[in-house]
Design a protein around this ligand. Structure first.
Ligand SMILES: *Cc1c(COP(=O)(O)O)cnc(C)c1O
Length: 347
């Protein structure tokens, strides 16, 4: 492959890696996001040297100037993708080119230096080669890769940073929700919103998550696992479930998901589900859908299944809905057939 943007990535093996026995114990029951692998990748940018100084070193704390922009004004973006082992022992990544492209788009929205897509991919490929032993058996889970980039110039002026640090870290993961593939209970967030028109809803930036945590606290206080965000203008139209896109399955067999209008994160899993549904001959409508209509459709049994989707949890059934007014149950809290089919096809 010709790769004009590729760089030499200097690999220094972790001198004290996790002992194999301990690693195997972790890989048998990894949880989600609790254990990091033995290495991390770092790559720097500045105007003079362009992208430079690419390394894979032992995982550990890094030193940063307390003045760097990321700590003050939050210029940060990230990605999430998974590497899987096949039954015959090969390593597969799930659509990494789509992550590379979205990462560049997120960078542009946050006025950060976009990482060339081919360099993002080179970094992912070389990193995964080093951390292959950390990919769990396919019956257990996968290796979750977390590429991210921070503004790394030290000054307190409100302007885009001129220096950036790109990194990749990774965690072996089992299922994202502690309940596995059971249906979750969601709280409809009628006050707090995630993203407004003209804002950063489309960019995968940490700030979107920071702003959403209080709404998640409210959902937890109402005994819900997750929350559903409504639009910021009218507090009426359904947007996403936490950090996942959302799909509704109706009694006529059609699927509906909110359209990508600038406030919704363009999920790669969302895109796959639309494609798979169409392949299976199911109609997919990308249309606005109000929370009020949702409740009505649950009561009248027009809604058969609802699920959320994203890289971390793949497909999560939504079985119970709560808002200020009451509680509603979808499909008796059971996992629906289309939800199940989508999950299995994707995996
Ligand atoms: C990452 C993310 C998703 C899911 O995107 P995938 O590419 O499917 O993992 C959905 N919503 C938000 C807010 C996200 O950050």
């Amino acid at each position: 492959m010709s790769c004009p943007t590729c760089l030499p990535i200097i690999f220094t093996k972790n001198p004290t890696p996790t002992p194999e026995e301990k690693r195997n114990l972790i890989l048998n029951n990894p949880g989600f996001g609790k254990v990091f692998t033995d290495h991390m990748l770092m790559l720097h940018y500045n105007k003079e040297k362009n992208w430079h100084n690419a390394t894979i070193n032992a995982y550990g704390p890094i030193a940063l100037d307390p003045g760097v922009c990321v700590f003050h004004y939050g210029q940060e973006i990230f990605e999430g993708l998974k590497a899987y082992k096949t039954k015959d022992g090969r390593t597969l990544l799930f659509r990494p080119e789509a992550n590379a492209k979205r990462f560049a788009n997120s960078a542009k929205r946050m006025a950060m230096q976009p990482l060339p897509e081919s360099l993002f991919l080179q970094a992912i490929y070389e990193f995964i080669k080093v951390e292959e032993p950390w990919i769990p058996d396919p019956s257990v889970g996968s290796l979750y890769l977390r590429p991210f980039m921070i503004a790394n110039s030290a000054y307190l002026g409100v302007k885009p940073s001129t220096d950036y640090l790109f990194m990749i870290i990774a965690c072996p993961v089992g299922s994202y929700f502690s309940k596995g593939a059971d249906a979750v209970t969601v709280w409809i967030s009628e006050f707090y919103t995630r993203a407004a028109s003209g804002g950063t809803g489309e960019a995968k930036c940490g700030g979107n998550y920071a702003a959403s945590l209080i709404a998640q606290q409210q959902a937890t206080a109402n005994n819900c696992d997750q929350l559903v965000f409504l639009d910021a203008a009218e507090h009426k139209w359904i947007e996403e479930m936490g950090g996942m896109n959302i799909f509704f399955v109706f009694d006529d067999g059609t699927l509906l998901t909110p359209p990508l209008n600038g406030t919704i994160l363009p999920g790669i899993t969302r895109d796959c589900i639309i494609t798979i549904a169409k392949d299976k001959g199911l109609a997919v409508r990308q249309e606005r859908y109000s929370a009020n209509q949702w409740i009505k459709d649950i009561k009248s049994n027009h809604i058969k299944e609802v699920f959320a989707c994203g890289t971390a949890a793949v497909v999560t059934p939504i079985g119970y809905v709560k808002n200020q007014q009451g509680n509603y149950t979808i499909n008796k809290g059971q996992v629906g057939t289309i939800t199940q089919e989508m999950r299995e096809t994707l995996i």
